[in-house]
Write a protein that binds this ligand. Structure first.
Ligand code: NOJ
Ligand code: CA
Length: 539
């Protein structure tokens, strides 16, 4: 029975689908919405997640693979139709799965009719829907802002002789949220999808769609880097004025009021590239009346060492105001896959961590198989970030097709491998769903068991987090407790065996190696190299 004190998005686990890469049903080499419908039983019954977050499937020229939206209220024919979407909502809900969609407020596509109108003339009624400015007297752009994807953030428009702002590609002009008509139109977009039954939104660039109204120059950056990874020229500035403007908070309060007016409860999750806990927590709202959860990306840039990971979790717990709900992420469509960042053995320990911490975990498709980053040859690369900025910033390697079986296109598509939008990984004959279901100790079985354990255990999905100080240096050990259930999680970050003292005897519920079920433990627990265990204390 679900516990009424907690919402579904607190007790459940979210699974991110990148629609182009999940399952193709019409043989064009690109995943689609009917493909997602086909795999719902996998997600719910086989794997055991509670909610899906779909990256954008809206009409789009695909300059940034859907994050350049040309119509917020429709489905791109590449992915299906609105009817397919309605079928998906119904089919997900029938299985008890929630559906979260992406909301992209910072920018539209340059092919959106709003932008076409806006750019048509300085006198267009939609001119002010985007950020247009005159050049400086010397003809240069209005300020020094940079595009995340490389180069300057201003594009010159020949015919109307002004610059427009684009924080990402020039094909992604920034909307002007200070114009009340823009806000009203974007709230209508939220209402459109809420009325179609979606259970919430993942908000793109949630920290940056309000900027300094005076468009002041960013100061130079005296440190190295500004983000969680080196971003080339973008790192040369402190992004003081082009993101995180406080005027965003009243908008989140309004979005929250809208979302909370729907029943059953819906969720808002914001993409939040803010790496200062104090600033990050503000997006929950002073009265917890803004985002339900700003995404917490801290584990993406924490060194994979026991002390560092514990410090990150402790810092988050300390920063959270009473009642604010934590969340964790190891992978997404913008990041090098964990297996490649840290290693395959480490990924099993990370799976145990992610699914036993306090707070909502978000998985990324293929994470449950231990998919590694694919080295996509130059001639098959797609991501504009890799072309326009540093080549190593390409995100193609984490967006390759989901391998379902060992057939020639991995059961992802009937198209031949060379016609898939991105190539398969070399290891797909063994790293695929069918194969891993047959292998009792596979990564897939580890995720399945962890998900089942988390959903059955109130301590794991509700209980407080309590770190244990007396752990060996290379181990991170913590307790989760609810009612009379007491669970201890012990993670060994080293390749050497470690001894962990237990407060009371217990029984092993799971080892990341999947070979110690039901083992009784007395006062000392021995962990093998890169082993993580979940122990029920007291029985
Ligand atoms: C963040 C998204 O996650 C990323 O994929 C996209 O390219 C940018 N925002 C721009 O929308
Ligand atoms: Ca397709």
């Amino acid at each position: 029975m679900p516990d009424a004190r907690y919402a579904w998005w607190q007790t459940g686990v979210v699974y991110q689908i990148y629609p182009r890469s999940f399952k193709d049903t019409n043989g064009d080499g690109i995943g689609d919405l009917p493909g997602v419908i086909e795999k719902l039983d996998y997600l719910r019954e086989t794997l055991g997640v509670d909610a899906i977050w779909l990256s954008p499937f809206y009409p789009s020229p695909q300059a940034d693979f859907g994050y350049d939206v040309a119509d917020y209220c429709d489905v791109d024919p590449q992915f299906g139709t609105l009817e397919d979407f309605d079928r998906l909502v119904a089919a997900a809900h029938r299985r008890g799965l929630k559906l979260i969609v992406d909301f992209v407020p910072n920018h539209t596509s340059d092919q959106h009719r709003w932008f076409k109108e806006s750019r048509s003339a300085r006198t267009s009624p939609k001119r002010d829907w985007y950020v247009w400015r005159d050049p400086k007297p010397d003809g240069s752009p209005p300020n020094n802002w940079l595009s995340v994807f490389g180069g300057g953030a201003w594009e010159w428009d020949e015919s109307t002789e002004q610059f427009y702002l684009h924080s990402f590609l020039k094909e992604q002009p920034d909307l002007n949220w200070r114009n009340p008509e823009v806000k009203a139109a974007m709230f209508d977009v939220l209402r459109f999808w809420l009325a179609r039954g979606v259970d919430g939104f993942r908000i793109d660039v949630a920290h940056a769609f309000m900027k300094d109204p005076a468009l002041r120059d960013n100061p130079p950056n005296p440190h190295e880097g500004t983000f969680h990874k080196p971003m080339g020229e973008y790192d040369t500035q402190l992004h003081l004025y082009d993101k995180a403007h406080p005027d965003i908070h009243p908008i989140y309060r309004e979005i929250r009021r809208l979302i909370d007016s729907y029943d059953p409860p819906r969720v808002s999750i914001g993409e939040m590239h803010i790496y200062d806990w104090e600033k990050w927590v503000r997006y929950y709202g002073e009265d917890l009346d803004e985002l339900h959860m700003p995404f917490n990306f801290a584990l993406l840039n924490t060194a994979w060492e026991a002390a560092a990971v514990r410090a990150t979790v402790d810092a988050l717990e300390a920063a959270l105001p009473e009642g604010a709900w934590p969340n964790y992420v190891l992978n997404n469509h913008d990041e090098t896959r964990f297996v490649t960042r840290e290693g395959a053995a480490q990924a099993r320990v990370a799976a145990v961590l992610l699914l036993t911490l306090r707070g909502t975990p978000t998985l990324y498709y293929g994470e449950e198989l231990g998919m590694a980053e694919v080295d996509v040859p130059r001639e098959r690369q797609q991501d504009p970030w890799g072309f326009r900025s540093l080549p190593e910033l390409t995100r193609d390697g984490c967006r390759t097709p989901m391998p379902w079986d060992a057939s020639r296109s991995a059961g992802f598509s009937d198209a031949p491998p060379e016609r898939l939008w991105l190539p398969l990984g070399d290891d797909y004959k063994t790293v695929n769903v069918e194969h891993e279901l047959r292998e009792p100790r596979s990564m897939l079985h580890l995720y399945r068991k962890l998900l089942a354990l988390r959903s059955e255990s109130p301590a794991l999905h509700q209980g407080p987090y309590c770190p244990i100080d007396e752990a060996p240096e290379d181990c991170f050990v913590f307790l989760r407790e609810a009612g009379d259930e007491k669970i201890l999680v012990a993670l060994n970050f080293s390749s050497d065996a470690q001894q962990v003292a237990l407060p009371t005897p217990g029984c092993l519920l799971l080892s990341s190696h999947l070979d110690r079920d039901e083992e009784k433990v007395e006062d000392t627990l021995t962990l093998r190299g890169h082993e993580a265990v979940v122990v029920r204390l007291g029985g």
